[in-house]
Design a binder for this molecule. Structure first.
Ligand code: C5P
Length: 400
C-alpha cells in the first residue's frame, strides 16, 4: 500500500457540496503520514467551516491572500514552497476556469501559481457543467500543462441529476495522492515518440501513405506517462484521441515529422520511432489536380530522410528506439537496422501475420539490442507497450 510518510500536502477546498468529503480526505491523508495545510476559497467556507478543517489537521487554515497577520505566519510564498503536492478537492468548475486562465486572484490560485509542486485536482460539479465545452476545454489545457486530474466519478448527484461530475470518494483521492510519490521508472525523463503514418502529397487532393493506425505509438505514449515520463507525441494523421497528459504535435508529411523529431530529440532522454514513415515522396507536388489523361501515369519518387537514423547520429543522442516491421527474415533485417541506424533498441514484428501488426489491436514482438534479444508473447498493444517501456527504463537505469 502506498504511503504519504513525511509528505507535505496543501489541501485546497473550493465551493461545492462535495466539500463535506474534504474533512474525511484530510483525515485519510494524515492517517497515511502526511502533514496537511488547508487553503479554502471564500465559497468553500459556505459549505464547511475552517474550524472543522483546523481541528482535523491541527494546523491553522489559510483563507485570505492579503491578510497581514496570516502572511506573518505562513505567507503564500512560504506555503507554495512548503508543499510537496497541492491537492484541490473539490475543484469547482469556476475554480478550474480561473486556474486555466492562470489567475492569481485569491490565495489558492496564487499558491498554485507560485509553487513548483505537482498540482492535482478532483473536479466536482453538476453533470451539465462537467460536460460543458468550456469545462472540457479547460481540463484539456490543464492536462497539457501537466496538472493531474482525479476523476470525476459518474452517478447520482446532490442536485438530483445522474451523470459524470461527482467527486471521487475520499479514499480514492487519498490513494491517488499517495501514488503520485511512488518512484516510477521514467520519473523526470522526457520521452519523444513519433507515431502513425505520414502522407506524401502528389497533388492538392492525393497522397501516398500506408496502413499504419498509430495504435502502437499511442499505447507507448500512454505507458510512458504511466511510468512517470513527460511525453511528447509527434503524430501523423490517425483516428485516435490524444492520450491524457501527453503533448501532441500533429504532422502530415515525413519532412514535417523529421523537422519536429530533430528539434525535440536533442533535449529528450528517450526517442521512440514507432511511426511508419513513408520511405519516398513525389519529386514534385503538382500545384493543380492531375487530370486523367495518359494510360500510364508515372510519378517520380525521391527518398525521405531517415528520421530515427538522424536522431541516433546526434551528438546529444537520446536512448533511441526503432521499429522493424518485416514480412520475412525478421531477425536478420532487425539486427541489420539496429547496427546500421546505430539504435539502442529495435522492436521487431512480423507484419505478414494477419492477426497482429499494422491495423490490429494485438502485436507480437521481439526486442533486439546490441548485446541481446528477448521475445514478448502476443498481447494487446497496450500491454506490450507497458513491457517495452519497462524494458527501456531498465536499460536507462543500467546506463545512468
Ligand atoms: O528502414 P525501415 O523503414 O524498415 O526502418 C524502420 C524504422 O525506421 C522505424 O523505427 C521507422 O520509424 C524508422 N524510419 C524513420 N525514417 C524513415 C524511415 C523509417 O525514422 N524515413
Amino acid at each position: 500500500m502506498s504511503t504519504l510518510t513525511n509528505k507535505q500536502i496543501i489541501l485546497g477546498i473550493t465551493g461545492g457540496i462535495a466539500a463535506y468529503k474534504s474533512a474525511e480526505l484530510a483525515r485519510l491523508l494524515i492517517d497515511k503520514g502526511a502533514t496537511v495545510h488547508v487553503v479554502m476559497t471564500t465559497a468553500a467556507q459556505e459549505f464547511i467551516t475552517p474550524l472543522t478543517m483546523q481541528a482535523l489537521t491541527g494546523n491553522p487554515v489559510h483563507t485570505t491572500l492579503l491578510d497581514p497577520q496570516a502572511e506573518a505566519g505562513m505567507g503564500h510564498i512560504q506555503l507554495a514552497r512548503w508543499a510537496d503536492l497541492i491537492l484541490i478537492a473539490p475543484a469547482s468548475a469556476n475554480f478550474i476556469a480561473r486556474m486555466t486562465q492562470g489567475k492569481g486572484d485569491d490565495l489558492l490560485t496564487t499558491v498554485c501559481l507560485a509553487s513548483n509542486a505537482p498540482v492535482a485536482i478532483a473536479p466536482a460539479m453538476n453533470q451539465n457543467m462537467w460536460q460543458d465545452a468550456h469545462t472540457q476545454r479547460n481540463l484539456e489545457s490543464l492536462r497539457a500543462d501537466g496538472k493531474i486530474i482525479m476523476g470525476p466519478a459518474d452517478g447520482p448527484q446532490a442536485c438530483g441529476d445522474v451523470g459524470p461530475g461527482r467527486m471521487l470518494e475520499a479514499a480514492q483521492i487519498a490513494q491517488l495522492a499517495a501514488e503520485q510519490f511512488e518512484k516510477k521508472g521514467l520519473s523526470g525523463k522526457h520521452v519523444v515518440i513519433n507515431a502513425g503514418p505520414t502522407r506524401e502529397a502528389i497533388d492538392p487532393v492525393r497522397y501516398i501513405s500506408n496502413y499504419s493506425s498509430g495504435k502502437m505509438g499511442y499505447s507507448l505514449a500512454e505507458a510512458a506517462v504511466e511510468a512517470g515520463a513527460k511525453v511528447t507525441l509527434i503524430s501523423g494523421p490517425v483516428n485516435l484521441a490524444a492520450p491524457e497528459r501527453v503533448e501532441l504535435i500533429s504532422v502530415i508529411s515525413a519532412e514535417e515529422m523529421y523537422q519536429q523529431s530533430v528539434k525535440l530529440a536533442p533535449n529528450s532522454d528517450v526517442f521512440i520511432a514507432s511511426a511508419a514513415v513513408a520511405d519516398y515522396r513525389p519529386v514534385k507536388v503538382e500545384p493543380q489536380k492531375i487530370k486523367k489523361q495518359a494510360d500510364v501515369l508515372q510519378i517520380q519518387l525521391t527518398p525521405n530522410k531517415d528520421i530515427v537514423a538522424a536522431v541516433a547520429a546526434l551528438d546529444s543522442k537520446p536512448f533511441t528506439v526503432g521499429f522493424a516491421a518485416e514480412t520475412q527474415n525478421l531477425e536478420d533485417y532487425a539486427k541489420k537496422k539496429l547496427t546500421q541506424k546505430k539504435l539502442d533498441l529495435i522492436v521487431a514484428n512480423d507484419v505478414s501475420k494477419e492477426d497482429i501488426g499494422f491495423n490490429s489491436d494485438d502485436n507480437e514482438v521481439t526486442l533486439f539490442w546490441p548485446s541481446g534479444q528477448r521475445s514478448l508473447d502476443k498481447a494487446s498493444k497496450r500491454q506490450l507497450a507497458r513491457q517495452i517501456i519497462e524494458f527501456i527504463s531498465q536499460q536507462l537505469e543500467t546506463t545512468d
